[in-house]
Design a protein around this ligand. Structure first.
Ligand SMILES: [Zn+2]
Length: 308
């Protein structure tokens, strides 16, 4: 019997993608199928998807994109050309797609019943999918099987992300499984979503506690909070910290003051690292997309708590 939900992992392991991108194939009993996140444009991966469909006598009808990042979406045109399937994505998606999925849109393919949920946070054009019969939640890069996800401006935003997590907990906390964009299947969805919510609250509390010591720049904060971490993680930490600080600034809980001096080399290395040097040419494009490297940080700000 064909599996209702099958995982084909793309051969693109890295620090950003864990063991590789998870491509999900959902099979209806009438032989129609849906693919969620076809993955990077690696021909061998696309061939494997096509072979899986053929071996199981499945006709691919729809390709759904959780978001447009280079490890999730670029295989879509190749898979569409090989199968004739239509590609569906968020209306803001820059990845090529045929149709748009609005929030709470229902998609029926045979007896598969998918609902699309807008899930801004990791990117503003992120969708999460829920398949009703298997009660499986497909979370892309909103929730991973292990570790946490990157929320980095300008594509990522912290408060929308936290609202997305709360919504997933309220509406899909009873899901049977979370099928993530990377990492293993999560069999305890409610606990996982709660863990993610708490992790963000804890990180923000840490940041506010660090700021209580006095005004600091992002590199100062990173060195204080991530003192014991691998220095290669500092740049990623700096971008996530910026996501928290932008939210806190908007809420008038933190003030940013522009420093009228050029950035030091140390600051520049943390805020605008040369990713090719840090992770190598092969992985740099993905890391740059995930961490919002197109946003160059050319001025240095000092952050302080707003007096109560
Ligand atoms: Zn991503």
């Amino acid at each position: 019997m064909v599996e209702r939900v099958a995982l084909l992992r793309a051969p693109n392991p890295s620090a950003m993608t864990l063991d590789g991108t998870n491509t999900w194939l959902l099979a209806s009993r009438n032989g129609e199928a849906i693919c969620i996140d076809p993955g990077p444009a690696i021909p061998a991966h696309v061939d494997r998807i096509v072979a899986y469909l053929r071996e199981n006598a499945l006709r691919l009808r729809s390709i759904l994109l959780t978001h447009g990042h280079p490890d999730h979406a670029p295989a879509a045109p190749l898979l569409a050309a090989a199968t004739g399937a239509r590609t569906l994505a968020h209306r803001f998606s820059a990845a090529p797609h045929d149709d748009v999925l609005e929030d709470e849109a229902e998609l029926r393919v045979g007896d598969l019943q998918i609902v699309a949920i807008e899930a801004p946070g990791h990117t503003l054009e992120h969708l999460v999918f829920y398949e009703r019969e298997s009660a499986a939640l497909f979370t892309g890069d909103t929730i991973l099987g292990t570790g946490t996800v990157v929320i980095a401006p300008p594509g990522g935003a912290m408060r929308p992300y936290q609202a997305t997590l709360r919504r997933l907990l309220d509406e899909f906390g009873d899901a049977r499984t979370i099928c993530c964009g990377h990492g293993p299947i999560v069999t305890t969805p409610r606990a996982k979503i709660e863990e993610y919510i708490e992790h963000r609250q804890r990180r923000e509390a840490e940041l506010l506690a660090a700021l209580a010591a006095g005004p600091q720049t992002i590199p100062d904060l990173v060195e204080r909070i991530y003192r014991d971490a691998d220095m290669r993680l500092w740049a990623a930490a700096a971008r996530q910290m910026l996501a928290y600080l932008l939210a806190l600034e908007e809420e008038h809980r933190v003030r940013a003051r522009r420093l009228e001096r050029p950035m030091t080399e140390r600051e520049h290395a943390i805020l605008n690292p040369d990713w090719v040097n840090v992770v190598g040419a092969e992985h740099a494009p993905l890391v740059e997309a995930e961490l919002g490297a197109q946003l160059r940080l050319d001025t240095i700000y000092e952050y302080s708590l707003t007096p109560a």
